[in-house]
Design a protein around this ligand. Structure first.
Ligand code: GTP
Length: 342
């Protein structure tokens, strides 16, 4: 019982997703006598669904965070789990001699974006299943509390508060991939132009939408644009609402060409979308490469300057900060207006 209490205190003491995940895998691993435990994210990429590990622990090892690039493993490789998710079931099990695996979806309404995977040599006893259910209950409650505090209530996107942390995590992960541990192969070739990008998206003439159609329609436009942002970018990119009609996107590990193409496709998608009652809405976007030695404020400032350029040169367009600087187009804006941004 001491051990159970210790794990419960540990799990409920965190205000951070990564730490909560680590505590959850540690608790399940010890209390259910598991050999291997993982927390998985389930994300849709087009019609396919993928599983990516967020945290894991092996027999005798310390819990660790996982942050692999790429979409992860396809759900099709886990037929028992796929069937359980389709039936909105409480758990799935698969057994073969010497290895039993249990998956427990963390349901939030009709969605399960997080799944616990627990594996060991012997089948789980009723008492262990009962213990796992108890840990999952606490984990689910804390996940939902954390998500509530990290999300914007109108759009469900991440809020400003979580930005610095997400940016730091993205940069750390990129640095680890560039510089593997001694003896480990490099996961990505240097010089392929893969970088991290930050884009600031602002709805054009949004005040007019509010003035003409009222705040409820304005809110509806923001929700639709948030949905379009989430479906335009990949699962491991991050989308934030910074407040008002301004959104920020962190794009992970891609080339300039790709970043521009993805952002441009989003802009064109908004322009061609018919917003109920309101009709056409457009967005302007400024984006910049994230340089690890720049502070978040400086990086945001660069993207904001590119956005300002887009706004003052016709709106409904995507502008790249580094390109504007290289072309000598941002010099006056940068020197005159930096104080306006921060
Ligand atoms: N409906 C709604 N409106 C909001 C919300 N937050 C901010 N706004 C409104 O967004 C509008 C932003 O207007 P401005 O900053 O003048 O910018 P704009 O009209 O979009 O013009 P440009 O950015 O220059 O194209 C203001 O009218 C705010 O009241 C919100 O949550 N819901």
């Amino acid at each position: 019982m001491d051990s159970l209490l210790k794990h419960m205190v540990d799990m409920t003491g965190h205000r951070d997703h990564a730490m909560l995940d680590l505590s959850a895998v540690a608790a399940v691993q010890e209390l259910a006598g598991a050999q291997h435990t993982r927390v998985l994210s389930l994300a849709a990429v087009g019609p396919a669904r993928y599983l990516r590990a967020r945290a894991s622990v092996d027999d005798g090892g310390a819990p660790r965070l996982e942050d692999e690039a790429g979409p992860g493993e396809t759900l099709d490789a886990y037929p028992e789990l796929a069937a359980c998710l389709a039936a909105q079931g409480a758990r799935a099990e698969a057994g073969q001699p010497g290895r039993h695996t249990m998956w427990v979806p963390i349901w939030r309404g009709e969605l399960a974006a997080t799944i616990l995977e627990i594996a060991r040599a012997a089948p789980f006893t009723a008492a262990e299943v009962h213990t796992i259910d108890g840990i999952v209950g606490v984990y689910r409650n804390f996940l939902s509390l954390l998500e509530y505090s990290e999300r914007d209530s109108l759009t469900g996107l991440l809020n400003r508060k979580t930005f610095d942390d997400q940016l730091a995590r993205m940069l750390q992960c990129a640095a680890e991939q560039e510089s593997p541990l001694p003896g480990q192969p490099e996961r990505r070739q240097k010089g392929t132009g893969h970088e991290q990008w930050l884009a600031v998206v602002d709805v054009d003439h949004f005040k007019l939408v509010n003035d003409r159609f009222g705040h409820l329609y304005g809110d509806e436009v923001l929700i639709l644009i948030a949905n379009m942002l989430q479906s335009s970018f990949r699962a491991h990119d991050r989308v934030f609402r910074f407040g008002g009609e301004e959104f920020v996107v962190l794009l992970r590990s891609t080339t300039l060409e790709n970043a521009r193409r993805i952002i441009e496709r989003f802009r064109a998608g908004v322009e061609s979308h018919h917003f109920p009652q309101v009709g056409t809405v457009t967005v302007s976007v400024g984006f910049t490469c994230i340089k690890p030695y720049d502070s978040p404020v400086v990086t945001l400032g660069h993207a904001d300057q590119a956005l300002y350029f887009a706004k003052t040169h016709g709106r409904n367009q995507v502008c790249h900060y580094d390109q504007l600087v290289a072309d000598g187009l941002l010099a006056t804006v940068a020197s005159n207006d930096t104080a306006e941004f921060f």
